[in-house]
Structures are given as C-alpha cells and as structure tokens.
Write a protein that binds this ligand. Sequence first.
Ligand SMILES: *Cc1c(COP(=O)(O)O)cnc(C)c1O
Length: 428
Amino acid sequence: MAITKSEALFKEAVQYIPGGVNSPVRAFGSIGSTPRFIKKADKALMWDEDDNEYIDYIGSWGPMILGHNHPLVLDAVLEYAKRGLSYGAATSIEVDMAKLVCSMVPSIDMVRMVNSGTEAVMSAVRVARGFTRRDKIIKFNGCYHGHSDALLVKAGSGVMTAGVPDSLGVPAGCTADTVTADYNSLESVQDCFDRYGEQIAAIIVEPVGANMGTVPPKPGFLQGLRDICDKYGSLLIFDEVITGFRMQADGAQGYFGVTPDLTTFGKIIGAGMPVGAYGGRREIMEMVSPVGAVYQAGTLSGNPVAMAAGIAQLTYLKEHPDVYTKLNETADSFFAELQKIVDESGRGYQVNHICSLGSMFCTTQEVYDYETAKTSDTKAYADYCNYMQNHGIYLAPAQFEAMFISAAHTQEQLSQTLETARSYFKNN
Ligand SMILES: *Cc1c(COP(=O)(O)O)cnc(C)c1O
C-alpha cells in the first residue's frame, strides 16, 4: 500500500502542529507508523489522500454508530447550516435536544450541552463538588475522562495515591483531591472511603472501561459503587462519553441497571460534531448557573448545527431499537470469531468485548483492570495493527483503545476483516 501523500503531509504537518496532529492518538506513534491523512468517508469506509480504501473500526472514536454520512444526519446539518452557524442565543433546537436526552435516559431530568467530553466531565465534577460541598473525587486507574487538570492523574499509581499529575503543567494542587482506585476492585474503593469517607464528593467511572482497551465491569462492580456512594452521601457519576447511546438507547446505565446521579456524554451525542453534555437529577442540575451557584458556560454550547446532527442521529436510534439488537448481535459473533482465530493461532491473546465495543489484548492474562491491561505486548499489537492497516483495515493505532463496530458495517466487510486477521496470524 502506497502512502506517499500521507507521508508528505505528515512531514509538513509536524512543522506546524505539535506531532502533526490535533489529538495525540492520531499520530500512529505507538505503532511506529505514519498517520493516514483521511480525505473522505462513507458508511463504514474511509479513503486516505493516496486513495487507499479502509474499513473503518474507529468511527471517529465512537460517534459514527450509524456509519459516516447517514442521510438523516447529513440533511439535518445542511438544512441548519443555511440558517446561520451560531447565534449565541436561545434556540428551539436546544429544547428539542434536552427533551430527547431526558426521554431516552431516565436518570436525567435536566441536561446542559457543552462542546466536548472533556468539558462535560469537568463540569459534572464541579457540580458534584458544589452539590455535596466536598472536594475529593475518586477515579479509576486506566479510566480516561478528558484532559482537564483534576482528572489527569497518573493511572497505575496504586490505591489511594492522591494527587500525582499525569502531565507537566498540571499543578499538584489541582490533583490533590483526586484519589485513585483500581477498576473492578470494590475493595480498593472501600479503602479510599475508609481513609477519606465523608470528604468524597463523587466517584467518577467509565461504566465500561474503554480507554485502557475494552474492560467491562465485573458483575456487581457498578452496583457496589452505587451502594457505597449511597452509604457515604457521595454522588456517582457515569462517564458515558463512549457508552452513552452505544450499548443501547439508555446507555450502560440501562444495560447494567445501575442508576448514576450524574451522567456525561460526548461522541455519539454529536454524531461527529463537537458536542458534549452532562445531566442528572433535577436538584443536582439546579446547582448550575444561572439557577444555582456552580458556574459553567460556553459561547458555542448548544450550537444549532451541532444539535441538528445529534438530534437526527439520536432520534433515529430512539425510534429504531432494532439497530441495537442487530448491531450487538453482529458484534457478538464478530468478536467471538476473532477470539477463535486468535485461539487457533495458539497465542492465547484475550479479546474483550461488550456490545459493539471491543479490543484484542496481546496477552494471555485475563484483562480486568489497568494493571492486567498493561501486561499486553504493545510491540505485538503494533505489528498486527500495521498489517491490518496495510491491508485496508483501519484499527485503533494503539493497544489501549477500543475498536467500534457501526450499524453500517456489512457482513462482507466484517468477514473480510476476520479473513485479514486470520491471514496475519497464519503468516506471522
Ligand atoms: C473521549 C472521552 C472523553 C473526552 O471527550 P473529548 O470529546 O475528547 O473531550 C471523556 N471520557 C471518556 C470516557 C471518553 O472516552
């Protein structure tokens, strides 16, 4: 596969953009390759500047659950774009979006729109702290909640390691109230509460870990978090930026039957436009400015073109629950088949998946938290991933990311993908 145009563009890009990309995971650095510069996409396919065709398993990291260019989404965007791109004033379409989200997710009485998942989580945490009048939050090693200061805490630093920033430029003070626990370990959460008890404003969790590769919760884990929050008067925040509207219409909370106090959204809610949202119980959301004393604002929040895109996608999903049934069944058999192929190769790698999210970990260890995820052989993943890329299968260019199947993937495309994986394991 020739990628000469991508290579030339990347050379130019690194002169003007740090690392040549506007978000680090696009850089292909962890698989030692050159990022493909994408020029267009349709349904489950993408094309790069060299006209190579790929079956896309990223879907813009989740938003494209219906595939690229869904006609309803596209028409809505074109229609609203003609009316002016932004007014900085109240619009009816924001009311439509809020009602739609509240109707789809029963735990949400009120919702505030923002422009990214990062903003949504940052704001939800502020609201939780304002509501409880407490400062400490618990997050899990290996869970990603966007790049706001308080949440950039080094994963893997062990239970109750308060305040070790993950990035230069984050003052230790910003993370001093961030306490970390181990995913799928209620014991480690209890340890945090034993130590900090009634200082804890909230637990924030990805109800399915999807930023250390795909790591589903063990049975009882999420309910255990709910119980411990209730006991200590802390709030439970589900970061459903990935799982929201993906697993089913009411997200991971509906799937697992555990109700959080606050929920954050991103990705699918914008259908590819920059959108995030946070919402929850009325008494909590009424803490938010201008009703309450927790300040949060956004010049472009609730942007009409972005709302139009999101509403079109969410409405379709709400009205066609069979999309989820079919997508999740398709994904179940795809990942089962991938596991079979891996098993036949004798490598013993672990394929984790839930609904249309999945990851192949290059390890023989069962993966249920960040420590076990890190046992993966990232070089082996890079080798596999490069092979797949070079054969037209666009996977996440990093071990610790999920792959996303959309409703637009055809059986032929999925079979072709499995055949490519089979040939990799046969020849390598
Ligand atoms: C992607 C993601 C975020 C951050 O969203 P951005 O839109 O990239 O700011 C937050 N939480 C989770 C779980 C995510 O997957």
